[in-house]
Design a protein around this ligand. Structure first.
Ligand code: SF4
Length: 824
């Protein structure tokens, strides 16, 4: 048994959220390691919850796994608790599917979405026993590859990554994989493989072999169309609750608006809209295969998608039928209309986000945010009339040419909006003030990053004038933004600083609670550089660290845009009027979807109250086991898995009534996390009878949950909780314990009249007497066990008995709940 297999059960019992490392999700691809001749591990250098929702990450996982003989697994940055354990027990970081060390893969690929994850990349390499510096890697070490929006300035990571894919990776990544795979077959050495992969004309940058004079500029990879075959209709459905727990469907790539601060708007040009018919098909299939309750129409600016209303008409019937909400994550303020608001709200009119970015028309013109104050007010009014009661506003502080008048503009605008919302009771305005960070390949790439002290003054200027009930202002410490700025426009010196900061302890830098400013400041000081100079303004004609990357947008165009910004002149959306940025050619150009009209659904959104559900209902009771990797999934997450599985099966679930309707799924006493359960019971209330529930459930449930029996009756059953009489726990001891000493300690404690112990409740600590609940117990070398009685819906907890037996020194064990007896 290898070290990972040997230690994994122990590690998983010691960490806060073991489900981050188990894999085993619905639709995860578990390919046979030995049957695959080429193995890739795709790493998202953040926590599982942050990384899993990223669409591009799942897309590449699907594209690679589709290929015969190629295995693509996933890995994430281990959370700090897991990192400590990996180091302490000398266990390498492993992949979720095969549970293999990353060093055993042929290729390890990193997604670069945010500069503040860079220290995690170095950490992942070290935890995987892969030399951190590319130059130190030997022929048998994996090749490392990276791509994503941050790869457009690869230099800070050039010493650590072997290959960068810059641009759209869908076509070029599989090509690179095939090149390396062929070289693996013939046993080429590392440098030969890297030379073969160096394809500057196709967006592939290999720092070890790239020579600008000989190779020319790196031409960013662009795909002409976003093809349906890039998307899996069976994306992975996480078992844990993740940051954006929904099905996100990319409806277009690129944005024509030309906001001058926006890197995505520049590097993902031109606009490539997908066809509504393809999107409707994808939505239908994916929602059926995932059981999600929300569909998010993803794009840099969703409302700019030319066929949005028709698309909504086409998708609405599928969503209405299955109670799925549609959300629009990024809407331009001048394009919000009643139809979109009605659809966006669904049954829950929660929040709506607006991004004016600047408080005065002058500054909005500088940044080319082509919206007027009138647009802002009419959109807000529309939102209020459509019962949206939480309005979020985003503003940037520190934009080029910003003065106190512009800051006063934010205050005045919000005060006027405040006046408007007061006629709508219970409305809340949430304002986020973020620091402007100049980004590579944008018209503002040469601008200074305003120093934190000044940013703080400007934030205070705004905050201080908006102390009003109903307006909440949030901002991040502006000091934080300078390190992002440093990496975002940095060169290889930034990489040296990154390495030193990581050595000083930096990791999870995007998390306020982990961000270690001293680690970074010491690294900067040690490098002999001054941060003010590193993040200051750049000469508009100097060579920038990313000047060898050709995004297709001319540098002259960016300069002209900057000059227009200084004059307060705007540029039209390039779908309306091409501003000749230099990008479009015969193959790649703005692609607008064909007009496709769908019959508007005449059914109004179902009013979900209990009166609309049939009077007669059914209770499906099933007995099941939960073990293997599923033992590490909490009760809360497990219940959501069951709900999603019911959605996949299209079962007619019955819901509770009220605003926050919940499916009527009831389990017994929660199975503690980390415990196997052999014989448990669950009820699902259905509006109609369903066929073969045992077989259909077993066909869809993830490995580790198995239904033993299922029985459906018309009407109600006695509640599981109310009729549970006993719960039997076994603690399989994985460490040697002094059986006799434990036995005599337990006997002594249990002979007392009362056994008082503290129990944590939501409202604080409560003292309970455990004695009446203990029916029987036993201990031998292999296991400790206890059978608890349930008395008036109260019972003992497994950890309480463990504490009686071992005090604070609980040995390592694997828990099992053998049964929970239900009296019908
Ligand atoms: S060439 Fe014209 S249409 Fe194409 S991306 Fe540039 S500005 Fe837009």
């Amino acid at each position: 048994m290898d070290r990972i297999q040997e230690k994994l059960p122990f590690l998983l019992t010691q960490v806060e959220r073991p489900g981050r490392y188990t894999g085993n999700e619905i639709n995860a691809q578990l390919k046979n390691w030995d049957d695959s001749d080429y193995r890739v591990c795709l790493v998202f250098p953040e926590s599982y919850e942050v990384g899993m929702p990223f669409l591009g990450y799942q897309m590449l996982y699907y594209i690679l796994n589709k290929k015969e003989g190629i295995l693509a697994d996933r890995a994430f940055s281990p959370w700090v608790d897991m990192e400590n354990l990996l180091r302490k027990h000398r266990v390498p970081l492993f992949s979720l599917e095969s549970k293999k060390a990353l060093s055993e893969f042929d290729l390890v690929g990193f997604t670069l979405q945010y500069e503040m994850t860079y220290s995690n990349i170095l950490n992942v390499l070290e935890l995987s026993n892969i030399p951190v510096f590319a130059k130190d890697r030997k022929d048998n070490d994996p090749i490392t590859i990276a791509g994503g929006s941050c790869a457009f300035n690869p230099e800070p990571l050039a010493d650590f990554i072997d290959i960068f894919v810059i641009g759209d990776a869908e076509e070029i990544l599989p090509e690179i994989v095939e090149i390396i795979r062929e070289h693996k077959k013939i046993g080429s050495d590392r440098i030969t493989v890297l030379q073969a992969c160096s394809l500057p004309a196709k967006g592939v940058y290999v720092p070890a072999v790239y020579d600008k004079a000989k190779d020319g500029m790196i031409q960013v990879a662009k795909i002409a169309t976003i093809k349906p075959e890039y998307f899996s209709s069976k994306p992975i459905v996480p078992l844990l609750e993740v940051a954006q727990d929904r099905f996100a469907m990319e409806i277009q790539r690129g944005c024509g608006a030309g906001c001058r601060f926006c890197q995505a708007g520049s590097i993902y040009r031109p606009v490539r809209e997908r066809e509504p018919a393809d999107l409707i098909k994808q939505a239908e299939e994916t929602l059926r295969n995932t059981g999600y309750e929300e569909l998010s129409l993803l794009s840099l600016s969703t409302s700019d998608y030319s066929q949005l209303e028709n698309l909504v008409d086409g998708i609405a019937p599928i969503c209405k039928e299955n109670n799925i909400a549609i959300s629009f994550p990024s809407m331009r303020l001048d394009s919000i209309n009643v139809k979109i608001l009605e659809t966006a709200g669904g049954r829950k009119r929660s929040g709506l986000t607006f991004a004016p970015e600047a408080g005065t028309q002058r500054l909005r013109d500088v940044i080319n945010k082509n919206i007027s104050e009138e647009d802002i007010f009419s959109s807000v009014k529309l939102a209020l009339e459509n019962k949206f009661r939480t309005l979020k506003f985003y503003f940037m502080i520190g934009l080029p040419t910003e003065t106190d008048e512009d800051l006063q503009g934010i205050v005045d605008l919000l005060k006027r909006l405040y006046g408007l919302i007061r006629s709508y009771p219970h409305t809340q305005i949430n304002v986020t003030l973020s620091s402007f960070i100049p980004k590579a390949h944008t018209p503002f790439q040469w601008e200074e990053h305003v120093l934190p002290e000044e940013l703080e003054r400007r934030i205070y200027f705004v905050r201080n004038q908006l102390k009003l009930k109903g307006i909440k202002i949030m901002h991040r410490d502006p000091k934080f933004s300078i390190y992002e700025s440093l990496m975002s426009r940095g060169d290889r010196t930034a990489g040296e600083i990154l390495y030193a900061a990581w050595k000083n302890g930096a990791r999870f830098d995007a998390w306020t609670e982990f961000f270690d400013q001293k680690a970074w400041d010491d690294a900067i000081t040690g490098s002999g550089n001054k941060i003010e100079e590193m993040i200051g303004a750049r000469d508009r004609h100097s060579t920038l660290p990313w000047s060898f990357i050709n995004t297709g947008v001319d540098e002259d165009f960016l300069r002209e845009e900057m000059e227009k910004a200084e004059k307060g002149e705007t540029t039209e959306d390039c779908r309306v009027h091409c501003s000749t940025c230099g990008l479009c050619n015969a193959d790649v150009k703005n692609l607008i979807a064909k007009e496709t009209v769908y019959k508007k659904s005449t059914t109004s959104i179902k009013k979900e109250n209990k009166n609309e559900q049939p009077i007669i209902y059914y209770t499906l009771r099933f007995e099941y086991e939960k073990n293997g990797m599923m033992r590490y999934i909490s009760h809360h997450d497990f219940m959501r898995v069951i709900y999603r599985v019911c959605n996949i099966l299209k079962w007619p679930l019955r819901f509770t009534s009220g605003y926050n309707r919940r499916p009527r799924i009831a389990a017994g006493y929660p199975i503690p996390m980390g415990f196997d359960a052999g014989n448990e019971t669950m009820d699902i209330i259905l509006n109609y009878n369903v066929k073969d529930p045992k077989e259909t459930l077993n066909a869809v449930l993830p490995e580790g949950i198995k239904i033993h029996s299922a029985d459906i009756i018309k009407g109600k059953r006695p509640s599981i909780m109310g009729h549970t009489s006993e719960l039997f726990y076994i603690f399989h001891l994985m460490e040697k314990v002094d059986v006799e000493a434990t036995r005599s300690q337990l006997s002594e404690i249990l002979s007392k009249e009362k056994i008082l112990c503290e129990r944590k409740h939501k409202k604080g600590l409560k003292i309970i007497d455990l004695k009446p609940f203990i029916k029987s117990w036993d201990i031998n070398e292999k296991a400790l066990s206890v059978c608890y009685k349930v008395i008036e819906s109260q019972t003992g907890r497994p950890d309480e008995f463990l504490k009686l037996a071992f005090g604070e020194n609980i040995p390592y064990f694997i828990g099992e709940r053998k049964f929970a007896t239900i009296k019908d």
